[in-house]
Design a protein around this ligand. Structure first.
Ligand SMILES: [Zn+2]
Ligand SMILES: [Zn+2]
Ligand SMILES: [Zn+2]
Length: 257
């Protein structure tokens, strides 16, 4: 393990983003910049300086521009829902800048869905510069990027099981409605937990704030950040109601891990 590792929250919103198209609620019309949430993604900068992107959201282009992101060394996919993959085509810019294909990691089911969703990328015979160039690596256990070990953590997301990821004592569990028994040991000893907390009302595929707090209480990390947040949760008011050590994440937040 080399230098410090940092995490930038590129997006912390649910699939619609906040503000939501056509909504005039208090959160969607808020002037607090923390109430503007793009689709969920983080960037991890490893101790060796590698840039590891988790998911390619429909907002990837604006996220990259906002954070001056000009290199992506690897992409980890959590699952193939639209809010996590629809910026995949933006990978082309990094291919040009880096003059190389970009390694992408995900569970076999996610990679299969990615191949189907973006068939033009994987089936094209075109040798031109018009499609993303990637190498897909199915994830079955811990793997190494930029001198860091990444541990896939299976989580329930409604009826399906998808991946969260752990690096050092940090875990990112976006899109999560349950923790399978076998995943709890993978989450022991965390300093920082990032976890799905869509809203207060129950949802079939996402934790509520209360459910996320219960997971946080059981794992007892020093800090917990809630993400994948919908417009039901205004930033300032919700934050004021959370227990010590738990906060809503927001776009642009940077932390060391
Ligand atoms: Zn709204
Ligand atoms: Zn999802
Ligand atoms: Zn999602």
């Amino acid at each position: 393990m080399s230098g410090p590792c940092s995490v930038t929250f590129l997006g912390t919103g649910t699939s619609h983003g906040v503000p939501m198209i056509g909504c005039r609620c208090g959160t969607c019309r808020s002037s607090d910049p923390r109430d503007r949430r793009s689709r969920p993604s983080i960037l991890i900068e490893t101790g060796d300086g590698a840039h590891v992107l988790i998911d390619t959201t429909p907002d990837l282009r604006s996220q990259a521009l906002a954070h001056d992101l000009d290199r992506v060394d690897a992409i980890l996919f959590t699952h193939c829902h639209a809010d996590h993959v629809m910026g995949f085509d933006e990978v082309r810019r990094f291919n040009v800048l880096q003059r190389s294909a970009i390694p992408c990691y995900g569970d076999p089911g996610t990679l299969k869905e990615l191949r189907r969703t973006f068939a033009y990328v994987f089936e094209s015979r075109d040798e031109g510069g018009g499609i993303p160039k990637v190498d897909l690596f199915p994830v079955g256990g811990p793997f190494s990027i930029g001198g860091e070990e990444f541990v896939p953590v299976p989580v329930r997301h409604g009826a399906r099981e998808i991946l969260g990821y752990r690096v050092r004592n940090f875990a990112y569990l976006t899109d999560c409605s349950g923790i399978p028994d076998r995943s709890w040991p993978l989450l022991e000893g965390l300093d920082t937990l990032v976890i799905d907390a869509l809203r207060h009302r129950p949802h079939p595929t996402h934790f509520t704030v209360e459910q996320a707090l219960a997971v946080s209480a059981r794992l007892a990390p020093a800090r917990t950040w809630l993400t994948h947040i919908c417009h039901d949760l205004a930033h300032a008011a919700t934050n004021a109601s959370l227990p010590a050590g738990v906060e809503l994440a927001y776009d642009g937040l940077q932390i060391d891990i």
